[in-house]
Every structure is written in structure tokens, then in C-alpha cells.
Design a protein around this ligand. Structure first.
Ligand code: NFE
Ligand code: MG
Length: 498
């Protein structure tokens, strides 16, 4: 029996710590720990409800648009505001751009370094000027006396990296290219969002910018650049990774229950459906079944629906081991994220998702059950990027230049609302109550809160804790297998603890 601690495990803001206990070369128990508290929900109390989208975006720089959309929907519900048609489409375009940048960022900048041996650049013999420059830089760094040479590529967990020099160098090239493409996606979000990372224009009622044909085409041309990268680089790289690391189709199997709130408002309805999948069966979503449990979380109070719950920190709480709460649906842990959205859409029967998933299974030789794995999560994220990028073209076509993007409304001083949407990492809900024109209650339940939740009882682990069970551990890898399982969920702890 041995214990392994990885801390911090995140390559972005937020401090995720993972502890595992291993037995006979496998993970026998795991603990997911959010190591800080921020208090956004308390900050919102007493504020003007129209400040909510501005403040909640500051929860995160990676998925701010989702927080803006969730709070706009919650305020609209509370105050009886119907967003305009253009506003819905512009929100979806801005959110879509944010999904694309986040998925590309995740695969290349946050996850790829667990698979790609960047040191192989030292063996580069070709003529590409950028790679020659990277090689020179790497040699210089490694020969230097710097404390952290070759950051952000090093230090790293030793791991079992693929040996193929060309593959590794190719992947490094794509790492660099992804940085540029991500900028394009940020520029797209800024066209209607005003600026990034935190948009200035998403408000209850729609978006405060007009639809101008030139801007629409500006957006479209950038979208095509990003789409080209998704089709020609991102998806092929995921397929190649699946070949080099095929064992990861059998590692990281989670709780087997998936949930999506549905996302991307269209002129009618929403694009990706809401619902749950358990035992391979689709069911519609009933948001009254959502609770947050607190047995092992450092907060006061008891299990409650987020419309009633509170977030009051209690640092010395006995048995508690994290600042992340434990969201549950009908009392059970559910996985959220791109894989959940894809499986919910698949089992609900959405034709284009069925085509994509069946195509992926045929191309990789994976069985449907193996989607619930490390590789399945990476593949679902890439397929979703393709689906969203394609659909964004139709939202651009549906915009009505010259028509209003925001609806006028009569201000109501009281109300209660629920804003359910999806962030790149999964289901995102904001719940608020307005009394005498001020926010009297605000709770958000965030994707990484679902996935990185602690136990709700001794026998009911959170989704990542469950996914780590039985992961084979090779001592020489120093926990790389754990890192790969955890990062397939794309953790953002700044969001999870908010
Ligand atoms: Ni900070 Fe977020 C997304 C939200 S996270 S990244 O995606 O909401 O869990
Ligand atoms: Mg919360």
C-alpha cells in the first residue's frame, strides 16, 4: 500500500491536489481536493442583478462567456425578460468562440505535455525556421543554470512518453500553432463580446452591439481559420494520440452517469440537448433533482437545492478535505463535460452526433463502451469542437443585420431565476433571487464542481475520484497515469471553488 500526492495538478489557475492510495499497482482510493476558497457568491449578495454577468465572468478567464450567459439567463428568468433573437444568436456565437479556444487550449497547452516528449526537439534536423529556433532555445535553456529551464515544458512528471521523434516534433509544432489559432478564437469572441477574456456586451435581454454585415464576415473568416485547424490538425492529432496511447481507452472509466443542461441558444430552441444518460439510457433533465452535498466539503449547512443553499466557509470542519462542494443529481454523482454532452446527444438520437461518434468508433476501432475513458474524453472534446464550429456558420447566416440585439424591458424589483447552460468543461448553473431590486441570493454550481467533487458519503466518490479507481500505476512514472486521467476532465479549480 502506498500513497501518492500530486499537487498542484493543474496547468491553469486554481490549485487541484489529488491524493491516491495504491494497492498492488493500482489506485484503490482517491481524493480530489480544491485547495482554496474565493467567495464569489457572497460578493454578489446585495448587488444590482445587472452586475451579475459582469462579476461572475471574473470567476474565470477560460470560460467567462459561459458564466455571463448563465447569469443573463438567471436574471432574465427572475425579471421576466425575453432575449432578442439576434441577442440569442450573438451570445451563442461568442460562447461558441469561447468553446473553441478552450478545447484547443486544453488539448495542446494543458494536456498534450503529458503525452508529447518535447525534449525530442533536440534531435530536430529539418529546416523549419520556427522549429530551428525552438531547438536552439531548448539547447540553450538546458545548458543554462536557470532554476526552471525550458519552462513551461519542464519540469514534468517523468512518464512513459511516446518514443517516435517525428511524432513528438510534429505535436510540438501543433502546440505552437494552437497558440495562434486560439488567438483567432479570442478575436472572434471579442467581435460581438467587445473584449476578451471578459466580455463587455452580454447583458440580460441580449447583446449590446448591433449586427453589422462587415463584423459578421470578419467573424466568419476567422471561424474558417479555426475550423481548418480543427479539421486538419486537432482531430487528426487526437486520432494519432489514440493510436500511440491505445491503452488509455481502458483507463479512466468514470461513474457511467452523464449530465448536460443543453447549450447554444438558437433562433428557436437550443443546439445541444439537455438530459442525462445512465446505463446507456437517455432521460430528460429535471433541475429540481440537483443538490449540493457538504459532508466532506469545508462549508456550513446541509444538503440543499442551489436555489436554497448557501456557501458559508468553515475552515476547520471535521472530515472535510476540500473547498469543492459535491453536486449530485437525484442523490448520485454525474460526470459533466464534452463527453457527457456528446453521449446525451447521442442517446437522445441527434443525427449529426450519431454520425460523428459512429465515424470515430469506426476510425479508431474503439467500442462504444470505451468512450468512457481518458481517450474518449479527448475525442469527444475534439468532435464537439468540429460540431460547434460547423453550427456557428448557420448562426451567422441567421443573424438579422439592422435589427435590435437587445430587448427593452420593464424593470421588476422581485423574482427568482435559474440559468442553466454549458461551459466548455460541462454543466453550469446560476441560481438567483432578487428582492427590492437587489440580489438576495446567488449560487453557482460549476462544471469542475461536479467533476472534482469529493465523496458525498464514504461509499459515493465524486466522478474523478471514481475514474481514478483501478488505474494501473507504474512506480517509475511517478503518477503520470493519475495526471492523465485527471486532466482528461480538463480541471479548472478557480471555477470549481469560486
Ligand atoms: Ni474556469 Fe469553467 C468551464 C465553468 S469550469 S473553466 O469550462 O463554469 O469548471
Ligand atoms: Mg457554488
Amino acid at each position: 500500500m502506498a500513497k501518492l500526492v500530486l499537487d498542484p495538478l493543474t496547468r491553469i489557475e486554481g490549485h487541484l491536489r489529488i491524493d491516491v492510495r495504491t494497492e498492488q499497482g493500482k489506485v484503490a482510493e482517491a481524493w480530489s481536493k480544491g485547495e482554496m476558497f474565493r467567495g464569489f457568491e457572497s460578493i454578489l449578495s446585495g448587488r444590482d442583478p445587472f452586475d451579475a454577468p459582469v462579476i461572475t465572468q471574473r470567476i474565470c478567464g477560460v470560460c467567462p462567456v459561459s458564466h455571463a450567459v448563465a447569469s443573463c439567463l438567471a436574471v432574465e428568468g427572475a425579471l421576466g425578460i425575453t432575449p432578442s433573437r439576434n441577442g440569442r444568436l450573438l451570445r451563442s456565437l461568442t460562447l461558441g468562440a469561447n468553446f473553441l479556444q478552450s478545447h484547443i487550449l486544453h488539448f495542446y497547452q494543458l494536456a498534450a505535455l503529458d503525452f508529447v516528449d518535447v525534449k525530442k526537439i533536440l534531435a530536430y534536423q529539418g529546416k523549419d525556421p520556427v522549429l530551428k529556433e525552438v531547438k536552439a532555445w531548448a539547447s540553450q535553456e538546458l545548458a543554462s543554470n536557470r532554476v526552471l529551464p525550458l519552462a513551461p515544458f519542464l519540469p514534468r512528471i517523468p512518464g512513459d512518453y511516446a518514443a517516435d521523434t517525428d511524432w513528438n516534433i510534429g505535436a510540438l509544432t501543433h502546440y505552437l500553432e494552437a497558440l495562434e489559432v486560439r488567438q483567432e478564437a479570442h478575436r472572434m469572441a471579442a467581435i460581438f463580446g467587445g473584449k476578451m477574456p471578459h466580455t463587455a456586451s452580454l447583458v440580460p435581454g441580449g447583446v449590446t452591439c448591433g449586427v453589422d454585415v462587415e463584423e459578421v464576415e470578419n467573424f466568419r473568416s476567422r471561424l474558417r481559420l479555426v475550423s481548418r485547424f480543427i479539421e486538419n490538425v486537432y482531430i487528426p492529432d487526437v486520432l494519432l494520440a489514440a493510436r500511440h496511447y491505445s491503452g488509455y481507452a481502458d483507463i479512466g472509466k468514470g461513474v457511467g452517469r452523464f449530465l448536460s443542461y443543453g447549450v447554444f441558444e438558437e433562433s428557436r430552441g437550443i443546439y445541444l440537448p439537455s438530459g442525462t444518460v445512465a446505463n446507456g439510457r437517455y432521460a430528460s433533465l429535471d433541475s429540481s433533482k440537483i443538490t449540493e452535498e457538504l459532508a466532506f466539503s469545508r462549508y456550513e449547512g446541509d444538503t440543499a437545492h442551489p436555489s436554497m443553499g448557501s456557501t458559508v466557509p468553515q475552515s476547520g470542519k471535521a472530515d472535510a478535505y476540500t473547498w469543492i462542494k459535491a453536486p449530485r443529481y437525484a442523490g448520485e454523482a454525474f460526470e459533466v463535460g464534452p463527453l457527457a454532452r456528446i453521449l446525451v446527444a447521442y442517446h437522445q438520437g441527434m443525427p449529426e452526433v450519431r454520425t460523428e461518434v459512429d465515424g470515430l468508433l469506426a476510425a479508431t476501432g474503439l467500442k462504444a463502451a470505451q468512450l468512457d475513458s481518458v481517450l474518449g474524453r479527448h475525442a469527444a472534446r475534439a468532435l464537439e469542437a468540429r460540431l460547434v464550429a460547423r453550427r456557428m456558420e448557420t448562426w451567422l447566416d441567421e443573424l438579422e443585420p439592422g435589427k435590435a440585439s437587445v430587448t427593452p424591458y420593464e424593470f421588476q424589483a422581485d423574482g427568482q431565476g435559474e440559468g442553466l447552460t454549458e461551459a466548455p468543461r460541462g454543466a453550469l448553473g446560476h441560481w438567483l433571487k432578487v428582492e427590492k431590486g437587489r440580489i438576495s441570493h446567488y449560487q453557482s454550481v460549476v462544471p469542475s464542481t461536479w467533476n472534482f467533487s469529493p465523496r458525498s458519503s464514504e461509499t459515493s466518490p465524486g466522478p474523478v475520484e471514481a475514474a481514478l479507481l483501478d488505474t494501473p500505476i507504474e512506480p517509475a512514472n511517478e503518477g503520470m497515469e493519475v495526471a492523465r486521467v485527471v486532466r482528461s476532465f480538463d480541471p479548472c479549480i478557480a471555477c470549481a471553488i469560486h
